[in-house]
Design a protein. Structure first.
Length: 147
């Protein structure tokens, strides 16, 4: 698990997926994590049946924040907004230690590799920044700052 975590973080940090500005988005938001200096913009395009037709991001940040954002975009493309919110909640609860993914069924798939950040309090905000930003974008908030 630890090795897989390191490999995926390195890979997504080096080659972030869906890393570009979106021209005709429906939602966007700017997320900032002052604790670490991570800053990213998440763009969302909504398609038929409330599905996330496209999701992308740009920004600067540490490897964890960037890899998490990259993996979030690949995980959510094609999902409905409702499904995305379920995954968002599970990701957040896993990162903060409220959801034990070894004990409970979940829809996190590969995102489960971030479970270890619950033991690294300073990193929780890095791992969850993209998700908070996505949620803010869907709620129509132009920016969020983690505290
Ligand atoms: Zn960070």
């Amino acid at each position: 698990m630890k090795q897989l975590y390191q490999e995926l973080i390195l890979d997504h940090n080096k080659k972030p997926r869906n890393f570009h500005v979106m021209e005709d988005f429906d939602h966007e938001s700017l997320g900032h994590n002052p604790l670490c200096g991570d800053k990213l913009v998440v763009y969302i395009k909504i398609g038929e049946g409330d599905t996330i037709e496209d999701v992308s991001f740009v920004g600067e940040g540490c490897a964890i924040s960037k890899a998490s954002a990259s993996m979030m975009t690949t995980a959510l493309k094609g999902k409905t907004i409702q499904e995305a919110k379920v995954i968002y909640t599970q990701f957040h609860e896993m990162s903060t230690g409220k959801l034990d993914i070894a004990e409970h069924p979940h829809q996190l798939g590969k995102l489960a590799i971030f479970a270890g950040v619950r033991d690294l309090p300073a990193r929780v905000k890095c791992a969850t920044l993209a998700w908070h930003t996505l949620d803010a974008a869907l709620e129509g908030r132009k920016s969020i700052t983690t505290e």
